[in-house]
Design a protein around this ligand. Sequence first.
Ligand code: UD1
Ligand code: CA
Length: 477
Amino acid sequence: MSETSPAAVVILAAGEGKRMKSRTPKVLHALCGRTLLGHALAAADELDPGQLVVVVGHGREQVSAEAASVAPQARIVRQDQQLGTGHAVRMVTESIGVVPGTVVVSYADMPLLRSETLRELVDRHHQAGNAVTVLTARGDAAGYGRIVRDPGGEFLRIVEERDATEAERAIDEYNSGCYAFDGTLLADAIKRVTTDNDQHQEYLTDVVAILRADGHRVGTLLAVDAGEITGVNDRVQLSEARRELNDRILDGWMRAGVTIIDPASTWIDVTVTIGQDAEIGPQTQLQGATVIGEGARIGPDCLLEDTSVGEDAVVSHAVCRRTEIGPRATVGPFAYLRPGTVLAEGAHVGAHVELKKAYVGPGAKVPHLTYVGDATIGAGANIGAGTIFANYDGRAKNHTTVGEHAFVGSNTVLVAPVTVGDGAYTAAGSAITDEVPAGDLGVARGRQHNSDGWTARNRPGSRSAEAAKRVRSDDSL
Ligand code: UD1
Ligand code: CA
C-alpha cells in the first residue's frame, strides 16, 4: 500500500440491470476479455487499496463467484434489497465497520473508467483535504445527478434529475457516481441519509450536503474525458463501450511497435501481450492469455484464445485454443488447433488440418488434410496428405507416437495406440495397427490385382471401352 493508496475501494454491483434483458447479471457481461465487474476490479486494484469491497445483490452467487475469481482478496458485502446507493454503502460500513482513511466508491458498470482517473481523484482529495471529492463531467447531463454550485462556483450538493428544478436541470455538470470519501466521516454521515426523495431511496449523493452542513470541505474533480464515466445499461451501450475500449487497446499496441492492418476488424483483449514488429491482419481476434512473439504474423482471419505464438511464426486463417506455437512455426491457412497442441520451433501445419493434444516436433510437417489427436510427432517427421490419427476406439482416447524423421505416407490411418519408429515409413493408404520399428516400411493394404480386359467384357460399347480399345493392340477386344 503506497502512501497515496486509498484505505478501501468499494464497488457497487448489486443492481439488476433490467435493460440488458438477460439471464446473466449485468456486471457479468464481458468486453475485451473481462466482465464489467472484472474491469472495475482491475482499475481498483491498480490503486493498491488496503481493502477491496464489492456490494452484491442481484445474481448474488454468480457475481460473488466472479469477484472471488478475479480478485480473491475482495470482501463481499450483501445488499439483499436495492434501496439506493446510500443504502448500499451503509451495508458496507455496517458490515466492515469504520474504515479510517480514504474510501473510494465506484460502480461495476463503468468499464471505460481509467485507473489513472481514479488515482487523480484520490490525489486531488488528499491535496485539498476534502471530506468528499466527487468525480464530475460536463456535457449531456440527461439522466444524471446535477452538480449544484453557489453563485461563487462553490460546490453545494448533488440533485438527482427527477428531484431537480428546471433551473437545476439546465446545469451541464453532472455526477459520475464515483467519489473519494474520508472513511470516518462517511460512516457517520451515511447513517443520517433519509429517503426524502422521489424514489424513496437512500441516496449516497446526499452525503455531500450532509458533510458540507457539518462544516467539512467538499470538492470535485472534473473528468477530462466524459466518455470514461459512461455506464453500460443495455447491449447497445455494451457494444459502444467494447468498441471504445478496443480502440484504446489497439492504439496502445500500435504505439508500442505492432502493425495492425485493419483496426476496424481487429479485436484484442486487454489481457493479451504482443511483441514488437508483430503484424496483425484483418478479421483477427486475440483473446485471453494470448501472447504474440516479436515479428510474428497473425491473420487474416484468426481466432487465438489463450495461445502463445513464438517469434517470427506465421499463422493465417486459423482457430487456436490453448495452444503453443513455437518460433518460426507456420500454421494455416484453414487450421484448427485445439487445447494441448504444441508446435515446436519451425514446425509446419498446413491447410485443413486439425490437431488436439498433439506435439509436433521441431521442423516436422503436417501439411494437408489431416487429423492429429493425442500424438507425439518427432523432429523432422513428415505426415502425408489425408493422414488420420485414429485416437478414439469408442471408449478411450489412445496415443500415437511418430518418430523423428519418420515418413507417413498419404492417406495412412494410424490406429492408436501405435508407434511408427524413428526414420520409419508407412506406405500410402495403409491402416497401421501395429508398431513399425525404426527404419522399416510398414505396408498395410491389399495388394493390387488387375483383371485383364475387364472393361470390354463388362461395359461393352461404352466410352470407356472405346477409349481402352484405341490404345490396346490385342484384337481379342
Ligand atoms: C447514480 C447517482 C447519480 C449519478 C449516476 C451516475 C445516486 C442517488 N445517484 O444515479 O447522481 O449521476 O449514478 O451513473 O447515487 N446500486 C446498488 N445498490 C442500490 C442501488 C444502486 O448496488 O441499492 C448500484 C447499481 O448496481 C449501479 C450503481 O449503484 O451500478 C448506480 O445505481 P443507479 O440506480 O443506476 O443510480 P442512478 O440512478 O443512475
Ligand atoms: Ca445508472
